[in-house]
Each structure stands twice: as C-alpha cells, then as structure tokens.
Design a protein around this ligand. Structure first.
Ligand code: SF4
Ligand code: SF4
Length: 197
C-alpha cells in the first residue's frame, strides 16, 4: 500500500522519541564495567617480577621488551635481576592476556582503564617508569584470587604487591613473594625509598 513504508518508518521514530535514551554522555556519564574487563594500561608489580621474560616470550605479537642486568645483591642465591627495560607497545596490543597467563609470579595483570589514548604512535609504548609509577588497579581477569576476594578495580582501592598473589602459606609468602626486592610495602605503587630499606 502506498505510504505504508513511510508510516512504518515514522512509527520507529515515534517509538524512539518516547523511549528513554540508551546512549550515555561520556565522559560525564560512565557505564559500569566488569571487574574482569581487560584494560590497556597493565598493572605490573616490580616487587614480584623476576625478569624471567615469560610474558615477552608468550606474547604472540612480540610487543613486550624486557632487558635485565645482574643486581649483585644476592650472588650466593643465584642473584636477582634489575629490570632496566620493560616496554609494552599497547598500540599493537590485542589484549589477549596471554602475557598475564604466562606470568608465573602474579607480577603482571591486565589494567582496568581504557583512556590511555595518544596522538602519536610512539607514545603508546608503556615504559618501565610508567609501569612502576602507575596506580595499581589490576583487572581480575585470569586472577581467581582477586575474584575470590571480590575485588573490583573500578570501585576498590589500589592493591599492593602483597595483596595480589596466590601465596597461601606463611613460608611461601615470606620466601617467594617479593623475594626479588626488599622494599617496604608500598600500597598501590610509587617510588622506592632511597635507602632501599
Ligand atoms: S595482551 Fe596479548 S598482545 Fe598484548 S602484550 Fe599481552 S600477550 Fe601481547
Ligand atoms: S612480569 Fe611475570 S612473566 Fe614477565 S618478566 Fe616479570 S615475572 Fe616474568
């Protein structure tokens, strides 16, 4: 019938005119995100990181670069390593999370944010200093210990390195977690004390 298509189209317009809007006015309005959301900025805990580079080896795109050097602080135990370079090129990252899966020490987590956009491609490389200084709100993706604790990175406090591991026994906590660096507990990141104590 002539005009039926037009009436049908107008009905859709009318329906959406009286329905409440389903768009949000970002950034003033924000939708809730799941705690397992895989954000782009990563949460890295240097205190837990041994520099093993498993994350770099497992990254299918080869976009993690790690350079270490002997710290000579624990020669008899086989020494610990300084992390000199830890670059992640998020401009090429597909947020698969395989690097997080590969980390044996619960040192690397997906981030929970999505606003680290830049105009220049080279500025999309996250370096070791940025990782060190970032406020740590790790995604609970692939981290059942965070899910069991019902941690929500979007509403909860930043987490320190002692709070994010899977250690369950006191000896384990004392001898494995944080064994690489003997810094005082620092909640949610920040600079190490100058005396290293
Ligand atoms: S999330 Fe995937 S692509 Fe991105 S750095 Fe990790 S392993 Fe590589
Ligand atoms: S983040 Fe994890 S996998 Fe990567 S170097 Fe550190 S300990 Fe190894």
């Amino acid at each position: 019938m002539y005009g039926f298509g037009l009436a049908k189209g107008l009905m859709v317009t009318l329906k959406n005119f009286i329905n409440p809007p389903f768009t949000t006015q970002y950034p003033e309005e924000r939708l809730p995100q799941h705690p397992r959301f895989r954000g782009e900025e990563f949460a890295w805990y240097e205190e837990r990181c041994t520099g093993c580079a498993s994350c770099a080896k497992y990254c299918p795109l080869g976009i993690i670069k790690i350079v270490t050097s002997p710290s000579e602080t624990a020669i008899l135990e086989g020494d610990k390593y300084n992390i000199d370079v830890f670059d992640i090129d998020i401009g090429r990252c597909m947020f698969c999370g395989l690097c997080v899966e590969a980390c044996p020490y619960d040192a690397l987590f997906m981030g929970s944010g999505f606003e680290r956009g830049r105009y220049q491609r080279e500025e999309l490389v996250i370096g070791v200093d940025e990782l060190r200084e970032a406020v740590k709100r790790p995604s609970s993706w692939f981290r059942p210990q965070l899910e069991e604790a019902q941690y929500d990175p979007h509403t909860g406090e930043p987490l320190a390195w002692e709070e994010v591991g899977r250690e369950q026994w006191p000896w384990h906590q004392g001898e494995k977690a944080g064994a690489r660096i003997d810094w005082r507990p620092r909640r949610g990141g920040g600079e190490p004390p100058e005396d290293g104590a």
